[in-house]
Design a protein around this ligand. Sequence first.
Ligand code: URA
Length: 436
Amino acid sequence: MSTLPPFDAPTLIAAKRDGHRLPDAAIDWLIDGYTRGAVAEEQMAALLMAIYLRGMDAEETVRWTAAMIASGERMDFSDLRRNGRRLSTVDKHSTGGVGDKITLPLVAVVAACGAAVPSASGRGLGHTGGTLDKLESIAGFDATLSTARLREQLVGVGAAIFAAGALAPADAKLYALRDITSTVESLPLIASSVMSKKLAEGAGALVLDVKVGSGAFMKSAPQARELAEIMVGLGAAHGVRTRALLTDMNTPLGCAVGNAIEVAEALEVLAGGGPADVVALTVRLAQEMLTLAGLDKRDPVATLSDGTAMDRFTALVAAQGGDLGVPLPVAACAETVTADRGGIMGDIDAMAVARAAWRLGAGRSRPGEPVQHAAGVRIHRRPGEPVAAGETLFTLYTDTRERFGPACAELDGGYRLLGDGDTPPVPRPLILETTP
Ligand code: URA
Protein backbone atom coordinates (compact mmCIF):
# COMPACT_ATOMS: atom_id res chain seq x y z
CA MET A 1 0.00 0.00 0.00
CA SER A 2 1.52 3.38 -1.01
CA THR A 3 1.53 6.19 1.56
CA LEU A 4 0.41 9.69 0.67
CA PRO A 5 3.13 12.36 0.61
CA PRO A 6 2.99 14.56 3.76
CA PHE A 7 2.81 17.82 1.74
CA ASP A 8 1.82 19.01 -1.69
CA ALA A 9 3.82 21.54 -3.65
CA PRO A 10 0.93 23.81 -4.82
CA THR A 11 -0.17 24.39 -1.20
CA LEU A 12 3.38 25.25 -0.11
CA ILE A 13 3.89 27.57 -3.10
CA ALA A 14 0.62 29.35 -2.25
CA ALA A 15 1.66 29.65 1.41
CA LYS A 16 4.94 31.35 0.50
CA ARG A 17 3.25 33.43 -2.20
CA ASP A 18 0.87 34.74 0.49
CA GLY A 19 3.73 35.61 2.83
CA HIS A 20 3.60 32.68 5.28
CA ARG A 21 6.50 30.80 6.85
CA LEU A 22 7.33 27.38 5.47
CA PRO A 23 7.31 24.71 8.23
CA ASP A 24 10.63 22.89 8.82
CA ALA A 25 9.30 19.53 7.66
CA ALA A 26 7.90 21.12 4.49
CA ILE A 27 11.31 22.60 3.65
CA ASP A 28 12.95 19.19 4.11
CA TRP A 29 10.30 17.61 1.89
CA LEU A 30 10.65 20.26 -0.83
CA ILE A 31 14.45 20.13 -1.09
CA ASP A 32 14.61 16.36 -0.90
CA GLY A 33 11.76 15.98 -3.42
CA TYR A 34 13.29 18.47 -5.82
CA THR A 35 16.74 16.83 -5.65
CA ARG A 36 15.15 13.43 -6.40
CA GLY A 37 12.92 14.80 -9.17
CA ALA A 38 9.64 14.31 -7.22
CA VAL A 39 8.98 18.07 -7.03
CA ALA A 40 8.75 19.36 -10.61
CA GLU A 41 11.00 22.06 -12.09
CA GLU A 42 8.03 24.40 -12.68
CA GLN A 43 6.87 23.98 -9.07
CA MET A 44 10.31 24.81 -7.70
CA ALA A 45 10.56 27.72 -10.15
CA ALA A 46 7.29 29.15 -8.79
CA LEU A 47 8.44 28.61 -5.20
CA LEU A 48 11.78 30.33 -5.87
CA MET A 49 9.97 33.36 -7.27
CA ALA A 50 7.68 33.41 -4.20
CA ILE A 51 10.80 33.28 -1.97
CA TYR A 52 12.45 35.99 -4.05
CA LEU A 53 9.42 38.26 -3.52
CA ARG A 54 8.49 37.30 0.08
CA GLY A 55 11.89 36.31 1.52
CA MET A 56 12.61 33.72 4.20
CA ASP A 57 13.14 34.47 7.89
CA ALA A 58 16.28 33.39 9.77
CA GLU A 59 14.84 30.04 10.92
CA GLU A 60 13.55 29.16 7.45
CA THR A 61 16.95 30.00 5.94
CA VAL A 62 18.75 27.83 8.50
CA ARG A 63 16.43 24.90 7.73
CA TRP A 64 16.64 25.46 3.94
CA THR A 65 20.45 25.38 4.23
CA ALA A 66 20.38 22.25 6.42
CA ALA A 67 18.14 20.50 3.89
CA MET A 68 20.57 21.44 1.09
CA ILE A 69 23.52 20.11 3.11
CA ALA A 70 21.57 16.89 3.75
CA SER A 71 21.11 16.39 0.00
CA GLY A 72 24.74 15.17 -0.18
CA GLU A 73 27.72 14.21 1.94
CA ARG A 74 28.81 16.38 4.89
CA MET A 75 32.52 15.88 5.45
CA ASP A 76 34.01 15.75 8.92
CA PHE A 77 37.68 16.41 9.66
CA SER A 78 37.36 16.76 13.43
CA ASP A 79 39.36 13.53 13.96
CA LEU A 80 42.37 14.59 11.82
CA ARG A 81 45.70 14.53 13.68
CA ARG A 82 49.25 15.53 12.84
CA ASN A 83 52.14 14.38 15.05
CA GLY A 84 49.56 13.16 17.56
CA ARG A 85 47.83 16.55 17.86
CA ARG A 86 44.38 17.53 16.63
CA LEU A 87 44.53 19.46 13.36
CA SER A 88 42.51 22.71 13.16
CA THR A 89 40.68 23.10 9.86
CA VAL A 90 39.59 26.45 8.48
CA ASP A 91 38.54 27.78 5.07
CA LYS A 92 37.72 31.04 3.30
CA HIS A 93 34.98 31.81 0.81
CA SER A 94 34.82 34.83 -1.46
CA THR A 95 31.50 35.91 -2.95
CA GLY A 96 33.38 36.54 -6.19
CA GLY A 97 35.66 39.32 -7.27
CA VAL A 98 37.58 40.45 -10.35
CA GLY A 99 41.25 39.43 -10.27
CA ASP A 100 40.49 37.52 -7.05
CA LYS A 101 43.28 34.96 -6.92
CA ILE A 102 43.58 35.24 -3.12
CA THR A 103 42.69 31.57 -2.45
CA LEU A 104 45.97 30.47 -4.08
CA PRO A 105 48.46 32.22 -1.81
CA LEU A 106 46.08 32.19 1.17
CA VAL A 107 45.66 28.42 1.55
CA ALA A 108 49.46 28.07 1.39
CA VAL A 109 50.07 30.79 3.99
CA VAL A 110 47.52 29.31 6.41
CA ALA A 111 48.93 25.80 5.87
CA ALA A 112 52.45 27.11 6.54
CA CYS A 113 51.15 28.51 9.84
CA GLY A 114 49.97 25.05 10.95
CA ALA A 115 46.23 24.90 10.12
CA ALA A 116 44.69 22.69 7.43
CA VAL A 117 42.57 24.19 4.66
CA PRO A 118 40.03 22.01 2.83
CA SER A 119 39.02 24.41 0.08
CA ALA A 120 36.10 23.21 -2.04
CA SER A 121 36.10 25.45 -5.10
CA GLY A 122 34.16 25.98 -8.29
CA ARG A 123 34.53 26.92 -11.92
CA GLY A 124 33.57 30.43 -12.98
CA LEU A 125 30.31 31.43 -14.58
CA GLY A 126 29.65 34.99 -15.75
CA HIS A 127 32.07 37.79 -15.00
CA THR A 128 34.13 36.38 -12.11
CA GLY A 129 36.66 33.61 -12.68
CA GLY A 130 36.64 30.35 -10.75
CA THR A 131 39.57 29.18 -8.66
CA LEU A 132 39.58 25.82 -10.48
CA ASP A 133 39.82 27.52 -13.90
CA LYS A 134 42.91 29.35 -12.67
CA LEU A 135 44.54 26.23 -11.18
CA GLU A 136 43.75 24.10 -14.22
CA SER A 137 46.07 26.34 -16.24
CA ILE A 138 48.89 24.50 -14.39
CA ALA A 139 49.92 21.42 -16.43
CA GLY A 140 48.43 18.23 -14.96
CA PHE A 141 46.52 19.85 -12.06
CA ASP A 142 43.62 17.64 -10.99
CA ALA A 143 40.84 19.05 -8.81
CA THR A 144 39.09 15.69 -8.29
CA LEU A 145 40.04 14.22 -4.93
CA SER A 146 38.54 11.24 -3.12
CA THR A 147 37.74 11.85 0.56
CA ALA A 148 40.59 9.51 1.54
CA ARG A 149 43.13 11.45 -0.60
CA LEU A 150 41.77 14.75 0.66
CA ARG A 151 42.26 13.69 4.30
CA GLU A 152 45.78 12.44 3.54
CA GLN A 153 46.65 15.73 1.81
CA LEU A 154 45.28 17.84 4.66
CA VAL A 155 47.58 16.03 7.09
CA GLY A 156 50.61 15.83 4.79
CA VAL A 157 50.46 19.16 2.93
CA GLY A 158 48.03 21.21 5.03
CA ALA A 159 45.78 22.31 2.18
CA ALA A 160 43.77 21.00 -0.77
CA ILE A 161 41.79 22.84 -3.42
CA PHE A 162 39.22 20.50 -4.91
CA ALA A 163 36.01 20.46 -6.97
CA ALA A 164 32.93 20.98 -4.79
CA GLY A 165 31.36 18.10 -6.82
CA ALA A 166 29.17 15.99 -4.57
CA LEU A 167 28.76 18.61 -1.83
CA ALA A 168 25.17 19.89 -1.50
CA PRO A 169 23.95 18.54 -4.88
CA ALA A 170 20.61 20.33 -4.31
CA ASP A 171 22.48 23.59 -4.79
CA ALA A 172 23.76 22.77 -8.28
CA LYS A 173 20.19 22.02 -9.39
CA LEU A 174 18.66 25.00 -7.60
CA TYR A 175 21.37 27.40 -8.83
CA ALA A 176 20.79 26.37 -12.47
CA LEU A 177 17.05 26.98 -12.01
CA ARG A 178 17.60 30.34 -10.27
CA ASP A 179 19.86 31.36 -13.13
CA ILE A 180 17.08 30.94 -15.75
CA THR A 181 14.20 32.27 -13.61
CA SER A 182 15.75 35.61 -12.49
CA THR A 183 15.77 34.52 -8.85
CA VAL A 184 19.53 34.55 -8.18
CA GLU A 185 19.51 37.92 -6.39
CA SER A 186 17.67 36.85 -3.24
CA LEU A 187 19.73 37.18 -0.06
CA PRO A 188 18.42 34.02 1.70
CA LEU A 189 18.89 32.02 -1.51
CA ILE A 190 22.44 33.33 -2.07
CA ALA A 191 23.36 32.79 1.59
CA SER A 192 21.98 29.23 1.70
CA SER A 193 23.63 28.39 -1.63
CA VAL A 194 27.08 29.55 -0.51
CA MET A 195 26.84 28.20 3.03
CA SER A 196 25.38 24.78 2.13
CA LYS A 197 28.55 23.99 0.12
CA LYS A 198 30.93 25.52 2.65
CA LEU A 199 29.30 23.86 5.67
CA ALA A 200 29.18 20.48 3.88
CA GLU A 201 32.92 20.86 3.31
CA GLY A 202 33.50 20.18 7.00
CA ALA A 203 36.01 22.90 8.01
CA GLY A 204 35.87 23.82 11.70
CA ALA A 205 35.89 27.55 10.98
CA LEU A 206 35.15 29.80 8.04
CA VAL A 207 36.08 33.32 6.96
CA LEU A 208 33.86 34.97 4.37
CA ASP A 209 35.16 37.65 2.03
CA VAL A 210 32.01 39.50 0.99
CA LYS A 211 32.82 41.74 -1.96
CA VAL A 212 31.16 45.14 -2.36
CA GLY A 213 31.19 47.35 -5.44
CA SER A 214 30.79 47.54 -9.20
CA GLY A 215 32.58 44.22 -9.83
CA ALA A 216 30.69 42.33 -7.09
CA PHE A 217 27.31 40.67 -6.70
CA MET A 218 26.55 43.14 -3.92
CA LYS A 219 26.80 46.69 -5.20
CA SER A 220 26.25 48.48 -1.87
CA ALA A 221 27.65 48.09 1.65
CA PRO A 222 24.22 47.77 3.39
CA GLN A 223 23.26 44.94 0.99
CA ALA A 224 26.62 43.20 1.51
CA ARG A 225 26.34 43.64 5.29
CA GLU A 226 22.91 42.00 5.31
CA LEU A 227 24.25 39.05 3.28
CA ALA A 228 27.28 38.77 5.58
CA GLU A 229 25.04 38.74 8.67
CA ILE A 230 22.79 36.02 7.26
CA MET A 231 25.81 33.86 6.33
CA VAL A 232 27.53 34.35 9.71
CA GLY A 233 24.22 33.35 11.38
CA LEU A 234 24.04 30.21 9.22
CA GLY A 235 27.61 29.28 10.18
CA ALA A 236 26.83 29.71 13.89
CA ALA A 237 23.56 27.74 13.60
CA HIS A 238 25.53 24.84 12.10
CA GLY A 239 28.30 24.92 14.72
CA VAL A 240 31.01 26.48 12.52
CA ARG A 241 32.89 29.54 13.83
CA THR A 242 32.29 32.10 11.05
CA ARG A 243 33.41 35.67 10.49
CA ALA A 244 32.84 37.91 7.47
CA LEU A 245 34.89 40.77 6.02
CA LEU A 246 33.37 43.30 3.64
CA THR A 247 36.02 44.20 1.07
CA ASP A 248 36.11 46.66 -1.81
CA MET A 249 35.48 45.36 -5.33
CA ASN A 250 35.17 48.55 -7.36
CA THR A 251 38.68 48.08 -8.79
CA PRO A 252 40.18 44.69 -9.77
CA LEU A 253 42.46 43.02 -7.23
CA GLY A 254 46.08 43.14 -8.35
CA CYS A 255 47.20 43.65 -11.95
CA ALA A 256 46.16 40.36 -13.59
CA VAL A 257 42.62 39.29 -14.51
CA GLY A 258 42.31 35.91 -16.21
CA ASN A 259 43.47 32.38 -15.40
CA ALA A 260 47.18 31.62 -16.04
CA ILE A 261 48.14 35.28 -15.56
CA GLU A 262 46.46 35.22 -12.14
CA VAL A 263 48.38 32.07 -11.19
CA ALA A 264 51.60 33.87 -12.19
CA GLU A 265 50.62 36.81 -9.95
CA ALA A 266 49.82 34.45 -7.06
CA LEU A 267 53.29 32.89 -7.48
CA GLU A 268 54.83 36.40 -7.28
CA VAL A 269 53.02 36.93 -3.95
CA LEU A 270 54.24 33.55 -2.67
CA ALA A 271 57.79 34.53 -3.69
CA GLY A 272 57.55 37.59 -1.39
CA GLY A 273 56.55 40.18 -4.04
CA GLY A 274 53.32 40.86 -5.92
CA PRO A 275 50.82 43.74 -5.84
CA ALA A 276 50.32 45.41 -2.45
CA ASP A 277 46.52 44.91 -2.39
CA VAL A 278 46.79 41.16 -3.06
CA VAL A 279 49.42 40.80 -0.33
CA ALA A 280 47.42 42.92 2.15
CA LEU A 281 44.18 40.97 1.64
CA THR A 282 45.97 37.61 1.76
CA VAL A 283 47.64 38.52 5.06
CA ARG A 284 44.47 39.92 6.63
CA LEU A 285 42.33 36.93 5.66
CA ALA A 286 45.08 34.60 6.92
CA GLN A 287 45.12 36.43 10.27
CA GLU A 288 41.34 36.06 10.58
CA MET A 289 41.49 32.36 9.66
CA LEU A 290 44.32 31.66 12.11
CA THR A 291 42.46 33.48 14.90
CA LEU A 292 39.36 31.35 14.32
CA ALA A 293 41.58 28.24 14.17
CA GLY A 294 43.21 29.13 17.51
CA LEU A 295 46.64 29.66 15.89
CA ASP A 296 46.90 33.45 16.09
CA LYS A 297 50.49 33.41 17.40
CA ARG A 298 51.75 32.45 13.91
CA ASP A 299 52.93 35.24 11.58
CA PRO A 300 51.49 34.96 8.05
CA VAL A 301 53.78 37.72 6.73
CA ALA A 302 56.89 35.71 7.59
CA THR A 303 55.67 32.72 5.53
CA LEU A 304 55.76 34.88 2.40
CA SER A 305 59.31 36.12 2.99
CA ASP A 306 60.87 32.87 4.25
CA GLY A 307 59.53 30.64 1.44
CA THR A 308 57.43 28.37 3.68
CA ALA A 309 54.16 29.41 2.01
CA MET A 310 55.71 28.80 -1.44
CA ASP A 311 56.78 25.33 -0.23
CA ARG A 312 53.19 24.54 0.82
CA PHE A 313 51.79 25.75 -2.53
CA THR A 314 54.34 23.70 -4.50
CA ALA A 315 53.49 20.65 -2.38
CA LEU A 316 49.75 21.17 -2.91
CA VAL A 317 50.13 21.43 -6.69
CA ALA A 318 52.42 18.37 -6.82
CA ALA A 319 50.04 16.33 -4.62
CA GLN A 320 47.25 17.10 -7.10
CA GLY A 321 49.28 16.09 -10.17
CA GLY A 322 50.34 19.59 -11.25
CA ASP A 323 53.80 20.49 -12.56
CA LEU A 324 54.95 24.05 -11.90
CA GLY A 325 58.11 23.24 -13.89
CA VAL A 326 56.05 23.38 -17.09
CA PRO A 327 55.65 27.02 -18.21
CA LEU A 328 52.14 28.43 -17.79
CA PRO A 329 50.23 28.78 -21.09
CA VAL A 330 50.92 31.93 -23.11
CA ALA A 331 48.24 33.46 -25.37
CA ALA A 332 48.68 33.25 -29.13
CA CYS A 333 47.82 36.96 -29.53
CA ALA A 334 48.42 40.06 -27.41
CA GLU A 335 47.38 43.64 -27.96
CA THR A 336 48.09 46.76 -25.93
CA VAL A 337 45.96 49.77 -25.02
CA THR A 338 48.20 52.85 -24.77
CA ALA A 339 47.72 56.35 -23.34
CA ASP A 340 46.93 58.95 -26.00
CA ARG A 341 48.22 61.66 -23.60
CA GLY A 342 49.92 62.01 -20.25
CA GLY A 343 48.00 62.31 -16.97
CA ILE A 344 46.95 60.27 -13.96
CA MET A 345 45.06 56.97 -14.10
CA GLY A 346 41.57 57.47 -12.67
CA ASP A 347 39.32 54.74 -11.23
CA ILE A 348 39.35 51.44 -13.15
CA ASP A 349 35.93 49.81 -13.17
CA ALA A 350 36.22 46.18 -12.07
CA MET A 351 33.16 45.13 -14.08
CA ALA A 352 34.52 46.62 -17.33
CA VAL A 353 37.83 44.73 -16.89
CA ALA A 354 35.96 41.53 -16.00
CA ARG A 355 33.78 41.78 -19.09
CA ALA A 356 36.84 42.45 -21.27
CA ALA A 357 38.58 39.34 -19.86
CA TRP A 358 35.41 37.34 -20.42
CA ARG A 359 35.19 38.55 -24.05
CA LEU A 360 38.82 37.50 -24.52
CA GLY A 361 37.85 33.95 -23.52
CA ALA A 362 38.90 33.81 -19.85
CA GLY A 363 35.34 33.08 -18.66
CA ARG A 364 32.31 31.13 -19.85
CA SER A 365 28.67 31.95 -20.64
CA ARG A 366 27.27 28.46 -20.02
CA PRO A 367 28.21 25.79 -17.45
CA GLY A 368 30.63 23.26 -18.91
CA GLU A 369 32.02 25.53 -21.65
CA PRO A 370 35.83 25.44 -21.98
CA VAL A 371 37.82 28.56 -21.04
CA GLN A 372 41.02 29.90 -22.61
CA HIS A 373 43.61 29.52 -19.86
CA ALA A 374 45.96 32.14 -21.31
CA ALA A 375 43.30 34.81 -21.96
CA GLY A 376 42.96 37.89 -19.78
CA VAL A 377 43.83 41.51 -19.08
CA ARG A 378 47.01 42.88 -17.50
CA ILE A 379 46.68 46.28 -15.84
CA HIS A 380 49.91 48.29 -16.10
CA ARG A 381 48.80 51.49 -14.33
CA ARG A 382 46.71 51.40 -11.16
CA PRO A 383 44.35 54.22 -10.11
CA GLY A 384 46.28 57.31 -8.98
CA GLU A 385 49.51 56.36 -10.83
CA PRO A 386 51.07 58.85 -13.27
CA VAL A 387 50.93 57.96 -16.96
CA ALA A 388 53.14 59.31 -19.79
CA ALA A 389 51.78 59.76 -23.33
CA GLY A 390 52.22 56.54 -25.34
CA GLU A 391 52.66 54.32 -22.27
CA THR A 392 50.95 50.93 -22.11
CA LEU A 393 47.88 50.97 -19.84
CA PHE A 394 46.54 47.46 -20.45
CA THR A 395 47.67 44.32 -22.31
CA LEU A 396 44.93 42.05 -23.62
CA TYR A 397 45.62 38.35 -24.23
CA THR A 398 43.62 35.79 -26.23
CA ASP A 399 44.04 32.82 -28.51
CA THR A 400 41.31 34.20 -30.81
CA ARG A 401 42.28 37.48 -32.52
CA GLU A 402 38.64 38.44 -33.37
CA ARG A 403 37.96 38.79 -29.64
CA PHE A 404 40.08 41.96 -29.32
CA GLY A 405 37.39 44.27 -30.79
CA PRO A 406 34.58 43.32 -28.36
CA ALA A 407 37.06 43.23 -25.44
CA CYS A 408 38.40 46.74 -26.19
CA ALA A 409 34.81 48.00 -26.44
CA GLU A 410 34.08 46.62 -22.93
CA LEU A 411 37.24 48.20 -21.51
CA ASP A 412 36.74 51.52 -23.22
CA GLY A 413 34.35 53.23 -20.80
CA GLY A 414 35.88 51.46 -17.79
CA TYR A 415 38.78 53.82 -17.09
CA ARG A 416 39.70 57.48 -17.58
CA LEU A 417 42.98 59.35 -17.83
CA LEU A 418 42.79 62.40 -15.63
CA GLY A 419 44.25 65.73 -16.70
CA ASP A 420 45.27 68.87 -14.80
CA GLY A 421 41.75 70.08 -13.91
CA ASP A 422 40.48 66.67 -12.71
CA THR A 423 40.26 65.51 -9.11
CA PRO A 424 42.54 62.48 -8.59
CA PRO A 425 40.80 59.28 -7.37
CA VAL A 426 40.41 59.05 -3.59
CA PRO A 427 42.19 55.91 -2.31
CA ARG A 428 39.49 53.58 -0.93
CA PRO A 429 40.16 51.24 1.98
CA LEU A 430 40.38 47.62 0.81
CA ILE A 431 38.84 46.19 3.97
CA LEU A 432 35.64 47.98 4.87
CA GLU A 433 34.36 46.21 8.00
CA THR A 434 34.07 42.85 9.77
CA THR A 435 31.02 40.88 10.99
CA PRO A 436 30.91 40.12 13.92
N1 URA B 1 27.66 31.95 -5.32
C1 URA B 1 26.99 30.83 -4.96
O1 URA B 1 27.59 29.79 -4.70
N2 URA B 1 25.65 30.88 -4.89
C2 URA B 1 24.94 32.00 -5.15
O2 URA B 1 23.74 31.98 -5.06
C3 URA B 1 25.65 33.15 -5.53
C4 URA B 1 27.02 33.10 -5.60
